[in-house]
Design a protein around this ligand. Structure first.
Ligand code: ST9
Ligand code: ZN
Ligand code: ZN
Length: 333
């Protein structure tokens, strides 16, 4: 049989190719070809080169200890804005917060420059609703690099827009603090995320401007981004699945430590409304819970939602991978 005869006989195959908008070409899906956003690529190249220079300034002793401590504290505060604020409060409504706490968290979240709350929450809700599908903005099925940071350097998959439109954002539209942050973000964010941390060390303890910029601003920001991104990459690959072995998200203690309690990601995907975003562990692996509990003590946070032990036990027995302490107790009997 000649090749042309073979093709003419294989009508179904031809039809499938024509009818299917997404096809495999040289082992790659066409709709996965990256439409690179060079502005972001260049920004990330600068951030990483400048971060290495920041490390160099530390290693050659050109940076004051106070600046390093300041960078750590600044990272921790901005992380709280993301974890306790954008994530647990605004994306998942896992607790309620009075306006002074919401204002504080919105300021901290602005210091973190991970997009304004509205955009952050929209992407995150879409991630939960369509996890590891084409509609997930950082679909872990597209590889570690894509889910870690690659997704911020390319145009989004069309399914993110199409299916993402079904996500209800009306609660955020009713929050004046969120909408004010959205409106003023392009002015306030650079001031809080880059200018303030570069300026304070210079005026407060006479740091040289180079160290202040490269360590206080840039290095601090880049490391915080990577720690956050680990939740989308590492905690969708490595770790245990004590609550649901059928999903990609994992419980990963290292990520929990780096991301202020957000690494218990298998639990979080199964019970996203729990304000602790974890079942086990203590404050040392979950600073964000410590902050919410502290705020609750003073009435600033309230209606904290969590999950009953019974419900967790049932879920572990039904879909867990056997790594939960409950399973170990059963084994011991
Ligand atoms: C960053 C975010 O790093 C990190 C998030 C991590 C989340 C982790 C979660 C885990 C828990 C928390 C852990 C915290 C730990 C903290 C520890 C710290 C020590 N649904 O986006 P556009 C529509 S950001 C529905 O421009 P393109 C919408 O109409 C880093 N609709 O798409 C939109 O218009 P508008 C810094 C959606 O053109 C329109 O499409 N930031 C959705 O494809 C266009 O949207 C950057 O690097 C949706 N989900 O561009 C900037 N999405 O907004 C990166 C979009 O007007 N971003 N639409 O309503 C960009 O430059 C672009 O977004 C792009 C895509 C190039 C990536
Ligand atoms: Zn996830
Ligand atoms: Zn979440």
């Amino acid at each position: 049989m000649t090749a042309s005869a073979f093709l003419s006989e294989d009508k179904t195959h031809e039809k499938n190719i024509e009818d299917t908008p997404i096809y495999v070409s040289h082992g790659k899906r066409r709709d996965y070809e990256w439409q690179i956003v060079w502005r972001n690529v260049l920004a990330f190249i600068y951030l990483h080169a400048a971060t290495f220079y920041g490390f160099y300034l530390i290693f050659i002793g050109k940076t004051k200890l106070l600046t390093i401590i300041f960078a750590l504290l600044f990272s921790a505060m901005s992380a709280m804005g993301v974890t306790a604020g954008a994530h647990r409060l605004w994306a998942h409504r896992a607790y309620k917060a009075r306006w002074p706490l919401r204002l504080f968290l919105a300021l901290m979240q602005t210091m973190a420059f991970q997009n304004h709350i509205y955009e952050w929450v929209r992407d995150h809700r879409v991630h939960h609703k369509f996890t590891e599908t084409d509609a997930d903005p950082h679909n872990a099925k597209r590889g570690f690099f894509f889910s870690h940071m690659g997704w911020l350097m390319v145009r989004k998959h069309k399914e993110v827009f199409e299916k993402g439109a079904s996500v209800d954002m009306s609660d955020l539209e009713k929050d004046p603090i969120v909408m004010f942050q959205k409106k003023t973000y392009l002015v306030v964010m650079p001031l809080l995320c880059f200018i303030l941390p570069a300026w304070l060390p210079v005026v407060l303890w006479g740091e040289n401007p180079w160290s202040s910029w490269y360590v206080g601003s840039i290095l601090r920001y880049t490391i915080s981004l990577h720690f956050t991104w680990l939740v989308n990459s590492a905690a969708h690959v490595w770790g245990n699945r004590p609550y649901d072995k059928n999903i990609g998200a994992t419980d990963n203690k290292t990520v929990a430590l780096c991301a202020f309690g957000e690494g218990w990601h298998n639990y979080h995907h199964v019970f996203p409304w729990d304000y602790k975003a974890a079942e086990l562990g203590n404050y040392s692996t979950n600073f964000s819970t410590a902050l919410i509990d502290f705020a609750a003590k003073y009435g600033l946070a309230y209606d904290l939602k969590t999950v009953s032990v019974e419900m967790i036990r049932k879920r572990v027995a039904r879909t867990g991978d056997g790594s939960h302490p409950f399973d170990k107790k059963i084994d011991d009997c």
